[in-house]
Design a protein around this ligand. Structure first.
Ligand SMILES: [Zn+2]
Length: 104
């Protein structure tokens, strides 16, 4: 069992009590809103704001995971800990991500 990251523990200490009272859908909407704000910051090349929006997206992702009793590091390492989930190489030697681009 992987210990929760310092970041996930930090966000839990600050927000878990409040965020756990909301439905997961409402927390998810907050996350998506922050992703939208990150997109706008990147498109406007507003460097100071980009840092802040990355922090907000990460904080909401961590909090959403915590309210659903998910250890984000644990699930990330479970899926990616042995390299690319498709070819198992680090760095990836297949066209895993390029295939996704074709769907867009
Ligand atoms: Zn690969």
């Amino acid at each position: 069992m992987t210990e929760k990251s310092k970041s996930q523990k930090l966000i839990e200490n600050i927000f878990l009590k409040k965020d756990a009272k909301r439905d997961w859908q409402d927390n998810y909407i907050w996350l998506v809103e922050e992703v939208g704000e990150l997109s706008r910051a990147i498109r406007s090349k507003d460097c100071a704001n980009i840092d802040e929006e990355f922090a907000d997206v990460y904080a909401w992702l961590l909090s959403l995971a915590s309210t659903m009793d998910i250890n984000l590091d644990e699930v990330l390492l479970k899926k990616y800990g042995n390299g690319c989930p498709k070819c198992q190489k680090t760095p990836c030697g297949c066209n895993h991500r390029e295939e996704d681009d074709e769907k867009v």
